[in-house]
Write a protein that binds this ligand. Structure first.
Ligand code: NAD
Length: 313
């Protein structure tokens, strides 16, 4: 039976480290600040915003949310981002998705001050990541790889060595999650294969997942990959978060993209949903915010490009 990779436990450790770093900064008069931009009433975005507000408060960071109406014009959304760019209390800015149709995601991303762009969505930061010189590593793929790195080390293996001889298969290739995860896998010298809905429609998905030594799935489809589609001994990281309604009780619960029971029966290790990647993602975003605050304060040796926010530790 698979080992369960405990995201809550890893997140708690990261949170403790971060609290120490934030206390140190406070002694130097520096208070990191996180800002979110949200448009409309999206359920997932609101839940995420509430969690970040709580975590920022707990860690003593400044926090502000620009909550825009669903019918906001693109000009007003751009103005909101511009305001946060100019606000010295704000070290990092997160644009929550989905945005309403009339607002171009890319237009907002391009306007972000790259030093405040803690999700690395600005073209410059996305480019630096591709070149293996990341300014910030986007929080969700960072969390998936933090799990892998730490799990491999704790099970007595050298992660570098494991990656170099692994077939790594990624399912889902969104700009925010799957695509940067591909880059992180390549930068670790894994043999990487990226699948998306086109692979599925072409009937190729499962022949690829069956080859994976390491599988990372971020498709947003509950139970897309089952035990039948993986090989024995796979290490599986489930990024998906899907609300599903229990037919009998009508209660909504969250499940991942893996069919947990059947994959766990064959895997070496698996990350659960909830309690897997999610909790680490929240802390990682604050971690990037702290890195941004250090960079803005010009702390020695912390210019973002000299001090890429690496995953180790
Ligand atoms: P997205 O909708 O932007 O992208 C989904 C990707 O999956 C696309 O590339 C699509 O082609 C692919 N896909 C869809 N159906 C597929 C199929 N049948 N077979 C193969 N590929 C398929 O979503 P996203 O923002 O990348 O998020 C993906 C999932 O991860 C969602 O469930 C989301 O809630 C979750 N998520 C979790 C966290 C976290 O912290 N754990 C963070 C962000 C997103």
């Amino acid at each position: 039976v698979a080992k369960i990779i405990d995201g809550e436990h890893y997140a708690a450790d990261l949170r403790d480290q971060l609290a120490v770093e934030i206390a140190e900064l406070a002694r130097q008069g520096i208070r990191p600040g996180l800002a979110t931009v949200m448009a409309g009433e999206g359920y997932a975005a609101r839940a995420y915003e509430r969690r970040l507000r709580g975590l920022a408060g707990k860690l003593g960071c400044h926090y502000v949310c620009e909550a825009l109406p669903e019918n906001v014009t693109e000009a007003d959304a751009l103005a909101a981002v511009g305001k946060l760019d100019a606000d010295p209390r704000v070290s990092g800015v997160l644009v929550l998705r989905p945005l309403p149709r009339q607002v171009s995601e890319v237009a907002l991303y391009r306007l972000l001050d790259p030093v405040k762009d803690i999700e690395a969505v600005h073209p410059v930061n996305a480019g630096l990541l591709t070149l293996d010189r990341p300014r910030y590593i986007p929080s969700t793929p960072a969390s998936a790889f933090h799990m892998l790195d730490r799990y491999l080390r704790e099970s007595g293996r050298d992660p570098q060595e494991v990656y170099a001889r692994s077939n790594m298969v990624l399912v889902g290739r969104s700009n925010n999650v799957g695509k940067p995860a591909v880059i992180l896998g390549l930068n670790r010298n894994a043999t990487v294969l990226s699948c998306d809905v086109h692979s599925f429609k072409a009937g190729l998905l499962y022949s690829h997942t069956a080859q994976a030594d390491i599988l990372i799935i971020a498709a947003g489809m509950p139970g897309l990959v089952t035990g039948e589609h993986v090989k024995p001994g796979v290490i599986a990281i489930d990024v998906g978060i899907n609300p599903v309604e229990e037919p009998r009780t009508g209660k909504v619960r969250l499940v991942g993209d893996l069919d947990f029971a059947t994959v766990a029966a064959k895997a070496e290790a698996i990350s659960p949903v909830p309690g897997g990647v999610g909790p680490i993602t929240d802390v990682w975003l604050l971690r990037n915010t702290v890195a941004a605050a250090r960079a803005a304060a010009g702390l020695p040796g912390t210019e973002p490009e000299q001090r890429p926010h690496r995953l180790a530790g």
